[in-house]
Ligand binder design. Structure first.
Ligand SMILES: Cc1ncc(COP(=O)(O)O)c(C=O)c1O
Length: 437
């Protein structure tokens, strides 16, 4: 769409018609942020300014913006079929076949339109099949905005594991039916199992909690969760809405070799098209009301052809060795992390540069990072300032503390070089200003 409007005039009008001018609260982060184009690794705002994008629509973009191959698959489908809402289509079956082929825990799957719907369905299925009340989540993990999971993400110190809802309007019963443990700390999980014996329906986690940057899981922690849930008859849910497809074709479970009962995924599955899903064993998934069970499965837009076509093409591309998607983003990610480490060390900035594959972040703290508690030592002001100044310099890094950055299949070595050069300037200036003192 071509436009002659400026960012500020559009934002003014947006503010009068849309609450806060945006359709999702975290998009409201101040100037600039009215965009007219998104191509490859780049965004262009209404004022004609071009940015290298590491925000990647919160991780929904995997291959690069407006990928021609994915767009062509969607366009071809549009010419053939739109929403039918009866029976099934070849596209839905092909999508489910690919998901089962790629994700180790999945034999059968459903599609939804968002990660929130996927985790909602997974939690309800777990409660339905176990007949139990409690859900156990981890401090720092985000699983969408529905009542069962909308609590305890980036909590302040005085709210750790306490009731810390993300929203008003959630019934107390819903909030209190979700228990909160510490990531990478099996003891905190065991304590809750002791307190609520035979009452925990499911344990849900991001296998790498990316909603607070990147907490890298200890293998023994994930294996321990597998054992505890199995021994206690709970459903283990890996929420791979960010890690799925991004870190490996089969998600993080493929890397770590721990297989959950249910897996949720979304975001990058369709490289920016609205599509998500969840899956697991045929036995569990058959408990949906579409098969022999009584757990409601519904959704007008589930499995819609355009989303299916985009997902199929994206899954094929990222799992094709000849495309080499993961080799590319892991190599660039390693370069970025090494570069940021060198820069922070040279400027004597206390920092932990971490991440995995395409995801990189720089915590401003000393010592090691294992669980959410360690992130309370992060210099939030410096984190947000670094991201803001990088964005101002033309490299979009979401300007809020603990937000991660993503490299796509469209980023190049030259983008990484330019980003590191800008980071050197920004961090050098921040060090001189005493931000880290
Ligand atoms: C791990 C995780 N799960 C679920 C969700 C919810 O996905 P959606 O925004 O598509 O509803 C998100 C969104 O950020 C997420 O990061």
């Amino acid at each position: 769409m071509t436009t002659t409007r400026s960012s500020s005039s559009l934002i003014d009008e947006a503010n009068s018609l849309i609450p806060g001018g945006v359709n999702s609260a975290t998009r409201n982060i101040g100037y600039p942020y009215a965009f007219s184009r998104a191509e490859g690794a780049y965004l262009t705002d209404l004022d004609g300014r071009r940015y290298v994008d590491y925000h990647a629509a919160f991780g929904a973009i995997l291959l690069g913006h407006s990928d021609e191959r994915v767009n062509a698959a969607a366009a071809e489908t549009l010419g053939q079929i739109d929403l039918v809402g009866l029976g099934t289509t070849e596209l839905e079956v092909e999508c489910a076949r690919l998901v089962a082929e790629l994700i180790p825990s999945v034999e059968m799957s459903i599609t939804t339109m968002s990660g929130t719907e996927s985790t909602f369905q997974a939690v309800r299925l777990a409660r339905g099949v176990t007949g139990r009340k409690y859900l156990l989540k981890f401090q720092g993990c985000f699983h969408g905005w529905h009542d069962a999971v909308a609590r305890n993400v980036a909590s302040p110190a005085d709210k750790l594991y306490q009731r810390d809802p993300l929203s008003s309007g959630i019934l107390d019963d819903a909030l209190d039916s979700t228990l909160v443990a510490e990531f990478n700390d099996l003891e905190s999980v065991k304590e809750l199992y002791e307190r609520y014996p035979d009452q925990i329906a499911a344990v849900i986690l991001e296998p790498v909690p990316h909603n607070v940057g990147a907490l890298l899981p200890e293998r023994s922690f994930l294996e321990g969760l597998r054992e505890i849930t199995r021994a206690n008859g709970s459903v283990l849910i890996f929420d791979e809405v960010i890690t799925g497809f991004r870190h490996a074709p089969g998600g993080y479970q493929q890397i770590v070799g721990v297989t959950p009962d249910l897996t949720t995924y979304g975001k990058s599955m369709g490289n920016g098209f609205a599509v998500a899903g969840m899956g697991g064993s045929a036995e569990l998934m058959s408990q949906f009301s579409s098969a022999k069970g009584d757990v409601l499965l519904a959704g007008t837009f589930n499995g819609n052809p355009v989303s299916m076509a985009a997902a199929i093409e994206t899954m094929k591309l990222i799992s094709d060795p000849e495309v080499g998607f993961h080799d590319h983003v892991y190599r660039l990610g390693d370069r970025m992390r090494a570069g940021l480490r060198e820069i922070t060390e040279r400027h004597s900035i206390p920092a932990v540069v971490t991440g995995i594959g395409s995801v990189f972040i720089t915590y401003f703290l000393e010592g090691e990072v294992r669980g959410y508690k360690d992130l309370l030592r992060n210099n939030d002001r410096a984190y947000a300032m670094f991201h803001r100044r990088m964005t101002d310099a033309g490299f979009v890094m979401y300007p809020m503390t603990l937000k991660r950055n993503h490299i796509s299949g469209a980023h190049t070595d030259a983008d990484i070089d330019a980003t590191l050069e800008a980071a050197d300037e920004v961090l050098g200036a921040m060090a001189k200003e005493g931000v880290f003192a």
